[in-house]
Design a protein around this ligand. Structure first.
Ligand code: CP
Length: 314
């Protein structure tokens, strides 16, 4: 694996899952692998899980780990070309990527969508420039259009809890007060389809995702119908892709509650976190024994550790 930005960097998902389960069983087995190697985790946006789990993953592999919150601690970065840099951005991404590549053996990047410029966001103009100029393996810690470490952890979790070979997995939109990117749903669909689950997506009209991420998934606008017989409910908000970055609804009729969960096949409840209680999901559901959100977050360590191991050439 050269870089890790989506499922398309994975040659064999079954094999990757097998390696993740081996790592989970014995997380320190490869602690010699990262000796004298450095991971740099670069954050353009906030994080709790990604920051801590990826740092722990690197440490489990015996690596040194530099965590850099670039907006708080670094120079502001210019990402465009041909601009006269007479504003508040003191450093260009081309030099920044090249320099960080001299300090690190692998670089993780978190750079969310702006939700202002669809073309720029969907070209992944930040992470792709790191790939172009850093000269070392790059992995996504959530970029503009995908969050593959999260989706890999989600699939690890589904594999652990599924009771049938091909579970019905429902991704449901749920309300949120702020405009959020489409990265998590985009990746979740790609990874769960690649894992050969029955994937159903439900959302209000106007929240259709980019068609290229919907391949292999079924769209059902009726949320209750979508929930029927589901083995896993994965809740997530996203802003509109077609009316880019807009909030079209905050309708709490879409909140995941116990009545809707009762329509399922005793489904497990999942969310990538952080989650807005009683907007996305009721207290009753997230506090129920069927909620596996913390177990899902734990698996972020093993998804990250497996990916970093692959990027180190193992
Ligand atoms: N799920 C996730 O990526 O969490 P953080 O934003 O806290 O890293």
């Amino acid at each position: 694996m050269k870089h890790f930005t989506s499922i398309h960097d994975v040659a064999d998902l079954k094999q990757l899952l097998k390696e993740a389960f081996e790592i989970k069983k014995n997380p320190y087995a490869l602690e010699h692998l990262g000796k004298h190697k450095t991971a740099c985790l670069l954050f353009f946006n906030s994080s709790l899980r990604t920051r801590l789990s990826t740092q722990k993953a690197a440490m489990n592999l015996g690596m040194n780990c530099i965590v850099f919150d670039i907006n708080e601690e670094g120079w502001k970065i210019e990402t465009e070309y041909g601009v006269i840099m007479d504003g508040d951005k003191a450093e260009h991404i081309k030099e920044a990527a090249g320099v960080i590549g001299r300090y690190a053996d692998v670089i993780g990047i978190r750079s969310f969508a702006s939700l202002k410029d669809k073309q720029k966001d969907y070209s992944e103009h930040v992470i792709s420039q790191f790939i172009q100029y850093a000269g070392v393996p790059i992995f996504s810690m959530e970029a503009a259009t995908g969050h593959p470490l999260q989706s890999f952890a989600d699939v690890i979790t589904i594999e652990e809890y599924k009771k049938k070979e091909r579970p019905k997995v429902v991704l449901t939109w749920a309300p949120h007060p702020k405009a959020l990117p489409q990265a998590v749903p985009n990746s979740f669909i790609e990874w769960t389809v690649a894992a050969d689950y029955e994937v159903v997506v439900t959302h209000p009209k106007g929240y259709e995702l980019d068609a290229k991420f919907m391949k292999g998934a079924k769209l059902e606008y009726n949320q209750q119908k979508a929930f029927e017989g589901a083995d896993f409910i994965y809740a997530k908000n996203w802003s509109s892709y077609t009316e880019y970055g807009q909030i079209l609804s905050k309708d709490r009729a879409w909140t995941v509650d116990s009545a809707k969960m009762a329509l399922t096949n005793d489904a497990k409840f999942m969310h990538c976190l952080p989650v807005r209680r009683n907007m996305i999901v009721t207290d009753e559901v997230i506090d129920s024994p069927n909620s596996i959100v913390v177990q899902e977050a734990e698996n972020r360590v093993y998804s990250a550790q497996t990916v970093i191991k692959k990027l180190l050439g193992q």
